[in-house]
Design a protein around this ligand. Sequence first.
Ligand code: MIC
Ligand code: SF4
Length: 660
Amino acid sequence: MGQTLTEKILDDHLVEGKLETGEEIGIEIDQVLTQDTTGTMVWLQFEAMDLDEVQTELAAQYCDHQTYQFDFKNTDDHRFLRSAAGTFGAHFSRPGNGICHNVHKENFAAPGKTLLGSDSHTPTPGGLGELAIGAGGIDIAVAMGGGSYYIDMPEVVNVRLEGELPEWATAKDVILELLRRLSVKGGVGKVLEYTGPGIESLSVPERTTITNMGTELGATTSIFPTDEKTEEYLDALGRGDEYVELSPDEDAEYDDEIVVDLSDLEPLIAKPSMPDNVVPVREVAGQSVDQVIIGSCTNGAYEDILPAAKMLEGRTIDRKTDMIVAPGSKQASEMLAREGHVAELMAAGVNFSEATCGACIGIGHVPASDSVSLRTFNRNFEGRSGIEDDSVYLCSPEVATAAALKGEIVDPRDLADELGDLEDPGFELGDRYDTGGEDPDLISPDEAVDDELVKGPNIGDVPLKDTMEADLEGPALLKMGDNITTDHIIPATQDILMYRSNVPKLSEFTLSRVDDSFAERALDADGGFLVAGENYGQGSSREHAALCPMYLGVEGVLAQSFARIHKANLFNFGLIPLTIDEETYEKIEQGDDVEIVDDVAEAVRSGQEEFTVRVNDDWEATAYLDASEREREILADGGKLAHTKKQAQSGGSGATPADD
Ligand code: MIC
Ligand code: SF4
């Protein structure tokens, strides 16, 4: 039987296990990336595991999320990260150089390689045939130390693209259409592998918009085969020699198939406040718009901003609408500037920003109260923009620019009819990214500035949890609904983000967006559980969403289902993730006393899957632990850091960098 492209790359990197759906596999990682808000923990854990040198082919540390450095704590984080990159052997990308996924795509992403990154949109370079997966920080630290990365072999779904995009429909509409059909949990446990004749018409930056936002489907990753378009893109980057032809076998068998006829697509938009709340733009036309932003790792490339510049040439934006362009990388800004587009955008009324994540997580350009913001980003979770009860829509750069011109949501096809001389700007690849000279913003390990760690006063230690106990009992501290995001658990707005390296302080904000008395109640209770509906922990890879509850004494989460990266993070920090059915979820109330009846530590280690949960000493239900042998050991040892240290001390074998 032939192999899918996913299976081929996994096979080439397989260290442990079999490529059978649902089986745990260990794979070798070629490249890792980390960024400023997850990176400090990565390096602190790397240090705590007594590792001293990066073992992967390549590691890159980006500073992209909080580049404005509003507080010395942010700047201290960046200084620490530069020192860690220098000390341990990673590339360092300065604040302002751009968003990790954009800068990585431009400089390092390569077909056929594996990439692990401490950011949920790490799958972006799947658009050029790299198998790229997002994970929690400690998984990155272990991989950098030479350890394998473990996942359950996902289902591989064939997303067959047919036809060609009609005028004004874009790559963003392809992924919005998939979100409309499959929902934010439709991709959990799956790799989306794109095939079919429709691929030919999409160039790499369009493909990476699709792979980037596969994360919003909950997918493990998304991948395209490589072809002339990939070669053309790598050539433009000055890295044509890294091209490798990659495709699935003709008789490859997939677990499922989804067909998207590109020619049926039209401009789409995700309404507030979930990326799968998708409708055709025409259905919400006429909605007045206060703010438009083009940027982010989804649509912040040169090729995403160029259409806006073309549409705005010789025009000005509506007086009541603010428009911001925040490129994904400095390279994109530089190209747009050299070609005169920045000046045109400015003349049209655009506020041209530095290359940063910024507004995507509510850092800068926070919408006014009771206002509407249209963004080309990938997430519109409630409150993420920096104000509660926000109204953020997600769309393509073309739809965003049309709204800025008209001051209201408008289908660009209708705007073109109305204006008479507005043409679909189409897609145009930049000719040459490589400006020829040295890149002063990307410091290679050979040019490292520092050779020892520099820690400011806000950079603390990584807290450790004790080994799991036999009895787990405590109150149901908080009962939540479906699709709780990591932005609910630990928001990333500036007031909170600056404590990412200081867990005791950061923990005070745990779940504050759901219940601002939570942290205090959890500390007082000294133990207890979280209860949630479906898809608990969707969104970011931030391990703080497990680390902070752990610090507050939470012992576990009872949920109807979990998002992949968050579930792994719960294991990594010693919190038991138990699955409950709908009936149990409905019956259990906040404040109920919950006891896991068995000798939990023993049961976890011995492979027990069903656990009896006794509530208020009154009724019982069954909860399930779906975990590999390796995950069970990590959980029972009190988390991955404690587990890795224990392994290293005993000189034993297993999933540790010390002995891999
Ligand atoms: C996000 O888009 O939510 C983030 C901020 O990039 C996160 C990483 C983080 O929380 O630091 C992600 O996607 O993993
Ligand atoms: Fe940055 Fe937003 Fe992309 Fe996350 S989703 S990496 S915050 S641009």
